[in-house]
Design a protein around this ligand. Structure first.
Ligand code: PLP
Length: 396
């Protein structure tokens, strides 16, 4: 019989645990979504959500998962047969590419070894060769949730500028928003795609496209079919704080609370917390004598760590054992990582003790499964976390 006492440790990289404050905020009675009270709420929410994307431009909110926002970004800005350049950092880049192909675009992939983020130099080199500007969009996953590798979007922007290329820059921030710094305006992103169930600490069900003026201009000429995803309807009706169709009202109540929580902590503190918990996790992995799937130190994700399983063992059998014995869900390995890696999510509503509890479960699981490892991973993580306690807290 599986151990189900105590709190379940949901350590997958999304959906992430939802704070009590957000759960309470969502359990309110519904409103007339075309009435004045909702309109007032909607106006404030649509303004406030921009602060999380660091943009002054529209952020369009859909009742959908992140995949829907991928589609919205593509169909609003592009036309059948347009070329798009996608850096294949991992499984989510693969899925984005497949979607582009299905909807009638011509995706071209810049491969990676799946052990690092996007290489801006390769993007620049490819764009420089595209003298006739056939490539209409460059798509990069900010945080590749499948491998635990981040990409540096400011560098991609610089690469595009250095190539003097007019393509749109589309960024998947599904697992980075609210966990890693994202500057939609400053980094010249044209479409930022995001979802609710990760750094925003909400249940799944909301997705976002933050757009630039350039993306809006492109949408006036884009010929791909769109109806539900159409930005024009959204932007026109959002001007009154309302939506062209029934919004996910409960989730929007939760979103308002999530934004308040992120600002109470301070966005920079939120990002620093994620960096610190990620570093503690990596020290634990090293302490066990294991490897992170991401091999490039600059690419380590602050949101999720994929751990390479020694070849003698299957990562999914290990995850099953951890779930049954310690009531903890770890992320499965996707695509090339299937059976070969497990993922530890450390994003969203997470603190030192949650991550240490999770790491203790991982270490006990390694022992139980007979995975060759060294002792002391959790100790290394604890040592790092105590050394780096914020001074105000330490003095208290
Ligand atoms: N992009 C990334 C980086 C993701 O991590 C995910 C989901 O995990 C998606 C896109 C797809 O989002 P959804 O599952 O909400 O459709």
């Amino acid at each position: 019989m599986a151990n189900q006492s105590g709190r379940h440790f949901l350590q997958i990289p999304g959906p992430t645990p939802v704070p009590e404050r957000i759960l309470s905020a969502m359990s309110r009675q519904m409103l007339d979504h075309r009435g004045p009270t909702f309109g007032e709420f909607g106006l404030k929410l649509l303004a406030d959500v921009k602060t999380i994307f660091k943009t002054h431009n529209p952020v369009i909110i859909y009742p959908s998962s992140g995949t829907g926002a991928w589609e919205a970004g593509l169909v609003n800005t592009l036309s059948p047969g347009d070329q798009v350049l996608i850096v294949e950092t991992g499984q989510f880049a693969v899925l984005w590419r497949n979607m582009a192909e299905r909807i009638g675009l011509k995706p071209e992939v810049i491969p990676t070894d799946w052990h690092s983020g996007a290489d801006a130099n390769k993007v620049e080199a490819r764009l420089k060769k595209d003298k006739s500007h056939d490539i209409k969009a460059v798509c990069v996953v900010h945080n590749e949730t499948s491998t635990g590798a981040r990409s540096w979007i400011d560098e991609i922007r610089k690469a595009m500028d250095a190539a003097h290329h007019p393509a749109l820059l589309m960024v998947d921030a599904v697992s980075s928003l609210g966990a890693m710094d994202l500057r939609h305006d400053e980094w010249g992103i044209d479409v930022t795609v995001a979802g609710s169930q990760k750094g925003l600490m909400l249940p799944p069900g909301l997705s976002f496209t933050a757009v630039s003026q350039k993306a809006l201009a492109a949408s006036k000429k884009a010929k791909l079919q769109r109806s539900y995803w159409n930005w024009d309807d959204m932007i026109a009706i959002n001007a009154a704080g309302t939506f062209p169709y029934t919004p996910a009202i409960g989730l929007l109540f939760g979103l308002a609370e999530a934004i308040a929580m992120l600002h109470e902590e301070g966005l920079e503190n939120v990002f620093a917390r994620h960096e610190r918990l990620a570093e503690a996790t990596r020290r634990a992995v090293r302490g066990w004598g294991l490897d992170t799937w991401c091999r490039d130190p600059r690419s380590h994700s602050p949101a999720v760590t994929a751990v390479a399983m020694p070849e003698s063992h299957n990562a999914d059998a290990y995850r099953k054992l951890v779930l049954e014995n310690f009531n903890m869900s770890l992320g499965t390995g996707l695509n090339k990582l299937a059976g070969k890696a497990f993922r530890i999510g450390h994003l969203g509503y997470t603190n030192e003790l949650t991550i240490l509890g999770a790491l203790a479960g991982v270490e006990m699981g390694l022992e139980l499964a007979g995975v060759p490892h060294e002792k002391g991973g959790v100790t290394a993580a604890m040592a790092y976390l105590s050394e780096t306690v914020r001074p105000a807290t330490a003095k208290a």
